[in-house]
Design a binder for this molecule. Structure first.
Ligand SMILES: NC(=O)c1ccc[n+]([C@@H]2O[C@H](COP(=O)([O-])OP(=O)(O)OC[C@H]3O[C@@H](n4cnc5c(N)ncnc54)[C@H](O)[C@@H]3O)[C@@H](O)[C@H]2O)c1
Length: 375
């Protein structure tokens, strides 16, 4: 008999609904050691809560997260709320004795991230942070190729995540566009965790950063006929130095809300003297690999549907966002059950804190117009 885990969600917005979607088709995972069921949802807004009435298995709908945390029927809590609420709600989850899958950026700033990580350690609960794109087959292959070596001397690494809907100046403001609710790190808090996961897991932690941050639109429609301030960073380029085998390798992180034509493009490129690899969600089933032989070749491979956790889906089919999100949840629950093996795991609290250390150094770099050492 596989273990049964009962899950509660705090924050039933965009991401809360994605979790309902992933857990709702848990049976597609083959021979998976854990059964997962969504049983409870908390959201302040009636409209958001009501949506979950259609989801089988949900028995508790509440506007008070303390009611959800008091329920003995909930084992694991996923929290997807605006960033200024992360610290208080994550700490409440841990105090209630529940395990936590946190959303990025794991606290609104470095101080909050450190406080959450310390509380996680003290509580002994199983805590990880969300970042799903590395679970796509192309990202997994890029990770494996880099881990196995064989690329020769590393030349450079690019890891990025691009959005484009903010190019439209008539897009209304929301909590993600204001420092008070999103954080001073702005787009780095929004998109940064997605870009650091694979490099950090490969042990590639930058020792210096030079950051270029941009604010493009300073106001946006407030949805009530007026304008509201829009004071977060929109685009961030983090040029970093990585020490590898005595040499310095440039690693560039790109996080953009205004990247022409890119609706939701996650990518990684790792280039060496003997080999290279490139994957982008722009071409979701394609892996590009470079080989230097007598001639130099970039080779294109159609990957099919092979995530870390086997599913019933046909091996030639194309993967997408809901698939990597399901795979991330599988990784979280497999690791929690001690059954991850050598598979790729979710972002750890330490990695989340290290991402905040990088982003805090990037803010300082941009302010002082110089490269800053990362702790
Ligand atoms: N992993 C990803 O790909 C990804 C994508 C988007 C957002 N996110 C992250 O997910 C989190 C939420 O983002 P979102 O896009 O789902 O936001 P959202 O605005 O769509 O949803 C947030 C929800 O939280 C609810 N809420 C606010 N305060 C609450 C409280 N005290 N108790 C209960 N509910 C409360 C709101 O009513 C809203 O429904 C953020 O941390 C964000 O960075 C992750």
């Amino acid at each position: 008999m596989s273990e049964k885990v009962r899950i509660g969600i705090i924050g039933g917005g965009l991401m809360g609904r994605e979790v309902a979607s992933a857990l709702g088709r848990w049976f597609v995972l083959e021979d998976f050691p854990v059964q997962a069921e969504l049983v409870a949802v908390c959201d302040l807004a009636d409209r958001q809560r009501e949506w979950f009435r259609q989801v089988p298995g949900v028995r508790l709908l509440t506007a008070d997260h303390r009611a959800l945390l008091a329920s003995p029927e909930v084992d694991v809590v996923y929290v997807a709320v605006p960033h200024h609420l992360h610290e208080a709600l994550y700490l409440d989850v841990l105090r209630a004795g529940k395990d936590l899958l946190a959303e990025k950026p794991f606290g609104i700033d470095l101080r909050a991230a450190r406080a959450i990580a310390a509380a996680a350690r003290e509580s002994g609960r199983f805590v990880r942070c969300s970042s799903e794109f590395p679970f796509l087959p192309g990202a997994q292959r890029a990770y494996r190729i880099a881990r196995e070596g064989g690329l020769g001397r590393l030349l450079e690494i690019h890891s990025g995540f691009h959005h484009s809907s903010d190019l439209d100046p008539t897009k209304p403001v929301n909590w993600k566009r204001q420092v008070r609710t999103c954080g001073e790190i702005g787009v780095m808090g929004d998109l940064g965790m997605h870009t650091i996961h694979v490099p950090f897991r490969l042990g590639w932690k930058p020792e210096r950063v030079y950051a270029q941050l941009q604010k493009i639109y300073h106001e946006r429609p407030d949805g009530k006929g007026g304008l509201a301030p829009c004071d977060t960073w929109d685009n961030a380029l983090l040029h970093t130095d990585l020490k590898i085998e005595g040499g310095t390798v440039p690693l560039r992180f790109e996080m953009k809300r205004l990247a022409p034509g890119e609706t939701n493009t996650w990518f990684i490129e790792i280039l060496g003297t003997d080999g290279g690899v490139r994957f982008s969600t722009k071409e979701p089933k394609t892996l590009w690999t470079f080989q230097r032989g007598k001639e130099q070749t970039w080779q294109r491979t159609d990957l099919g549907f092979h995530g870390p956790f086997p599913t019933v889906t046909g091996g030639i089919f194309e993967p997408g966002f809901p698939d990597c999100f399901l795979q991330m949840w599988a990784a979280y629950l497999a690791e929690r059950a001690g059954k991850l093996g050598d598979r790729f795991g979710c972002v750890t609290p330490d990695e989340a804190v290290q991402s905040h250390e990088l982003f805090a150094a990037a803010l300082q770099s941009h302010r002082e117009k110089r490269a800053i050492d990362v702790p």
